[in-house]
Design a protein around this ligand. Structure first.
Ligand code: C2O
Ligand code: CU
Ligand code: CU
Length: 507
């Protein structure tokens, strides 16, 4: 690592795992449909939090919380979210994993200016799943998430409710994030060449905003919804007891069947849900959730479960969770290949700086934020690389010839994994996904259907969906592109005439 000075040291397991407040919705009758919706009003604003002992940290949070308040939504009942911006700069709100109309997807070209409000509508026509909402602002997503703009959005449904899984207080969501702090307690989001290249790694683990907390648990089964909300750091989770987790869900909700796993690699933005049976341990046992990738380091210990009382347990994990109809490769109308890379000139730090991406296409590359590329081009603003037609099934292949991992994420729809490095996915990756951790020298093929929502063919409508690396420093430095879902019969721009508009940035 560079010359970054370490954060103030903190003794682990001194504070209890906080749970973010759960918002109570108001009722809103949609004038167009006459239907009742859940109405939420959230303000992105500055606040002060006590994260390190004896020091205050300025945070930017939804309603001033880190993480922000949790929204619990119900399948079939739309959510109307009014987001006000009281930050000193523009922001954008995106529902990660949300199958939503493009106008409500968090459009970077339509940011919420300071002092302004935006209304987003989430129809909730997808299955129960652990989603999250976070800022998606152009070039500064990494910085804004770091300061706290991220929160859970938990979607429930009847199907899942009928399963005998642990519920209520035995269903716990937590987000793992790593941070650097300066000595006065401020977040230290200081990008240097190394941290742009690899993403910014912190030396202090926060879980739901608290440093390495503990969670008192009853001796029974719990459902744990785990989100890797870190900008760049992956985790390989393991219990100090050596016992296996029973994974029941991934990004898009329940797996077809539970899977036992002793350790679980998790890239940024991925969600894993497990059931852990603390009934297997006597009261008084302490079990630490550890990161195998950080062995011996100060971030190795993430969270400690303290078994503090006996309890009845009528929950169980059924052998069948949510059946999934596999999409067949033969149904796909096309395959798109996305090759990840860098603008070599910039990557080498030389003055020549004329990689293919910087010359090509009359835009989309060449600025200070254009280090990483997809198919040879950086994001630019307004670049569109795919025009799928509504209800088409497509195969997308993420190809990573680089030496580093990339957590590739696609907006709008959930996908099934066809293969990883040419082999069928492991059972834990065989459910619905929106983010895949693509290994160095590897490739992941996924298949999905562009259902329900279309974009306007007009670029100025700002109705594109994004696909990008969820290493947020990579996203902010060009590893992103857009796609526009066209209604049947609407023609994409002529081949070769694909749009790579160059629009000056906001600053
Ligand atoms: Cu979680 Cu485009 O983001
Ligand atoms: Cu997303
Ligand atoms: Cu990346």
């Amino acid at each position: 690592m560079g010359a970054m000075s370490p954060s103030p040291a903190v003794t682990p397991f001194q504070v209890e795992l906080p749970s973010p407040p759960v918002l109570k919705p108001g009722v809103y009758r949609d004038p167009k449909t006459g239907r009742d919706c859940d109405l939420y009003q959230i303000t992105a604003r500055r606040a002060t939090a006590r994260i390190l002992p004896g020091r205050d940290t300025e945070i930017w949070g939804y309603d001033g919380h880190v993480p922000g308040p949790t929204i619990v939504a119900r399948q079939g009942r739309p959510v109307v979210l009014r987001i006000s911006n009281e930050l000193p700069e523009e922001t954008v709100l995106h529902l990660h994993g949300g199958h939503v109309p493009p106008e409500s997807d968090g459009q970077m070209m339509d940011p919420i200016l300071p002092g302004k409000m935006q209304e987003l509508v989430y129809p909730n026509i997808q299955d129960a799943s652990t989603l999250w909402y976070h800022t998606h602002v152009l070039h500064r997503t990494g910085q804004q998430v770091y300061r706290g703009l991220a929160a859970f959005y938990i979607l429930t449904d009847d199907f899942e409710d009928k399963l005998p899984l642990p519920k209520g207080e035995y269903d716990v969501a937590f987000v793992i994030q790593d941070r650097l702090f300066t000595n006065d307690g401020s977040f230290n989001y200081a990008l240097a060449r190394h941290s742009i290249m690899h993403g910014l790694y912190g030396d202090t683990i926060l879980v739901n905003g608290a440093v390495q907390p503990f969670l008192p648990v009853s001796a029974r089964k719990y459902r744990l919804r785990i989100l890797n909300g870190s900008n760049a750091r992956p985790y390989e989770l393991r219990l100090s007891s050596g016992d296996a987790f029973v994974q029941i869900a991934s990004d898009g909700g329940l797996l077809p069947a539970p899977v036992r796993r002793e350790s679980m690699l998790m890239g940024p933005a991925e969600r894993i849900e497990v059931v852990v049976d603390f009934g297997a341990y006597p009261v008084g046992t302490k079990i630490v959730l550890k990161d195998l990738l950080a062995q011996g380091g100060r971030t190795e210990d993430i969270l400690r479960f303290d078994v503090v009382r006996k309890a009845n347990d009528d929950s169980s994990v059924p052998a069948v969770l949510r059946p999934m109809q596999p999409l067949q490769a033969a149904e796909a109308v096309r395959t798109r290949r996305w090759v990840l890379g860098m603008n070599m000139g910039m990557g080498m730090g030389m003055g020549r700086g004329m990689g293919r991406g910087m010359m090509g296409g009359g835009g989309g590359s060449g600025g200070p934020n254009d280090l990483f590329t997809i198919n040879g081009l950086s994001h630019g603003h307004g670049r569109v690389d795919a025009y799928p037609t509504l209800d088409d099934v497509e195969i997308w292949e993420y190809v990573n010839p680089m030496m580093m991992w990339h957590p590739m994420h696609c907006h709008n729809i959930f996908w099934q994994t066809l293969d990883r490095n040419g082999r069928p996915p492991e059972p834990w990756e065989a459910g619905w996904k929106d983010t895949w951790f693509v290994p160095p020298g590897g490739a992941v093929r996924v298949i999905g259907k562009f259902s329900d929502f279309t974009s306007s063919p007009a670029p100025e409508a700002h109705t594109d969906y994004m696909m990008h690396c969820h290493n947020l420093e990579h996203k902010d430095h060009g590893m992103m592109t857009a796609f526009r879902v066209l209604a049947k019969g609407v023609k994409p721009p002529a081949p070769g005439g694909q749009e790579h508009r160059h629009v000056p940035g906001p600053r």
